[in-house]
Design a protein around this ligand. Structure first.
Ligand code: BES
Ligand code: ZN
Length: 456
């Protein structure tokens, strides 16, 4: 049978596919650092050329920000069309000294590949490309039409893909959007993700005196920006761990009883959390389990904090300014612009007199919720079950994939989130990794999905 040949091809080319993935991982495509802009372009060219070599028509779309890659197979009217999304940009690598080997020199040890971008997201979307390759190289008829939209700005909040999607909805028209940029439930259980959190990322800048002052001469006479910022931050949460921004919870869609039961049945314990994170214990909003907090409750966290003297020994100053980056992960049906405005207003109210406070909205992503009972979802479940050889569970994710909300509204197609990574793969951290077994199983799953989506 033709599908057997496809799967046999994937099996026979496991090592070659890993070697090729390593070539992609060697490109330091860090989108937030302008010095790496040529590398983001190289990653785009790598992907476009590979898709072209498989017979697709592929274009590198240049415009504002980093390039996009759009590619498609020949389109047959009688076959459903899948739009495969992925991102070839990666997060910065610092702190570099915590990496055991350099982030852009992929290292394989015990069946695990270590490199920046391995799980997030090069290894994951590359599995789709390998699945396609297996059809093309074995001469097996592809039961679906495939379109690829790959971007280089997912990690830096770039706007290019939003504009493109809004202006090219017809070109991108599809019966489903397939995304592998999330995680399995755990090492032995695949997950099908039906909700992503959104994001509201704010920067707070507090300014006091025109320069750092001697804290003996002036301490106690002017407002200290570091103290003021601490006061603001402390005011953002109450003793129950709830965010105090007025109206913050107004639009939050509560979990239904079925979801709460399904979450509980997954038996995610705080011991597992401790083991995964290295934190001494669980903490968060009162009245919710850890998995409920992680997957379905909005959060408010300081992501960066800077003020005053941080060097060796003591230095007695009143710092002239202080800065914090604060992000809120938002859930369905919270509205990011509305939350951003309420946050800015609230921060100004929390600020003590005697400092100037500026609040800037750096970037936003919409939360996502997809129906669990669509035929595409069922196709995804069957593909995961066969690809991973285990029963998938429904999961949600605390992370965000900003473009998904726009795919939903512009393309009006169901979105399928089939994650091949692990939450412990160190995405955004030192020693990011991807399990080769998950790469191979992912490619199998994608190959099977093409059949399942076509109802074969
Ligand atoms: N692959 C992640 C999204 C993700 C994170 C899925 C955690 C599952 C678990 C994605 O590449 C990512 O990191 N997104 C950013 C978006 C942000 C920069 C707007 C995120 O969630 O921080
Ligand atoms: Zn990421």
């Amino acid at each position: 049978m033709a599908l057997d040949e496809v799967l046999a091809y994937l099996q026979a080319h496991r090592q070659t596919h890993v070697d090729q993935l390593c070539d992609l991982l060697r490109i330091p495509s860090i989108s937030s650092q302008s010095a790496h802009a040529p590398d983001v372009m190289r990653a785009a060219v790598f992907c476009a050329e590979e898709l072209r070599s498989l017979g697709l028509e592929a274009t590198i779309v240049e415009g504002e920000g980093h390039p996009l890659v759009f590619a498609q197979t020949a389109l047959h009217a009688d076959r459903p069309t899948l739009l495969m999304y992925g991102h070839y940009d990666v997060q910065p690598v610092d702190p570099l000294d915590l990496w055991h080997t350099p982030p852009f020199e992929p290292r394989i040890e015990d069946g695990i590949i270590y490199a920046r971008g391995s799980t997030d997201d090069k290894g994951q979307f590359y599995a789709h490309i390998k699945a396609l390759e297996a059809y093309v190289r074995t001469g097996t008829e592809l039961p679906v039409n495939l379109k690829f939209i790959l971007e280089g700005e997912e990690e830096c909040g770039g706007q290019h893909i939003y504009r493109y999607t809004e202006q090219h909805a017809e070109q991108m028209a599809c019966d489903a959007v397939i995304i592998s940029d999330t995680a399995l439930y755990n090492e032995t259980t695949p997950g099908i993700c039906y909700s992503l959190k959104g994001l509201v990322y704010m920067e707070i800048r507090v300014t006091g005196p025109s320069r750092d002052l001697h804290s003996g001469s002036y301490g106690g006479t002017v407002q200290n920006p570091a103290n003021a910022l601490a006061q603001i931050i402390a005011g953002l949460k109450d003793a129950q761990g709830r965010c105090t921004v007025p109206g913050f919870y107004d639009d939050v869609l509560d979990l239904d009883a079925e979801e709460r039961l399904a979450f509980a049945a997954l038996n995610y314990t705080d011991d597992v959390l401790r083991e995964e994170t290295g934190a001494p214990g669980a903490a968060g909003e009162a009245g919710y389990t850890t998995l409920e907090r992680m997957w379905a409750r909005p959060t408010c966290d300081v992501n960066g904090l800077l003020s005053g003297y941080g060097g060796q020994g003591a230095k007695t100053i009143i710092p002239s300014h202080a800065m914090a980056k604060v992000s809120m992960r938002v859930v369905p049906n919270q509205d990011p612009p509305r939350i951003a405005a309420a946050f800015a207003e609230w921060v100004r109210r929390l600020a003590p007199p005697g400092v100037t406070v500026e609040v800037e909205n750096l970037h936003n992503a919409k939360p996502v919720l997809v129906p669990r009972d669509s035929p595409m979802m069922q196709a995804g479940i069957r593909a995961l079950r066969a690809g991973f050889g285990a029963e998938p569970v429904f999961i949600r994710e605390g992370g965000s994939i900003p473009i998904v909300g726009t795919f939903q509204s512009c393309l009006k197609a169901p979105v399928l989130l089939l994650g091949y990574g692990l939450s412990t793969d160190n995405a955004h951290s030192p020693n990011e990794k991807f399990h080769l077994e998950n790469f191979w199983r992912g490619a199998r799953t994608s190959a099977l999905l093409f059949q399942e989506a076509a109802g074969r």
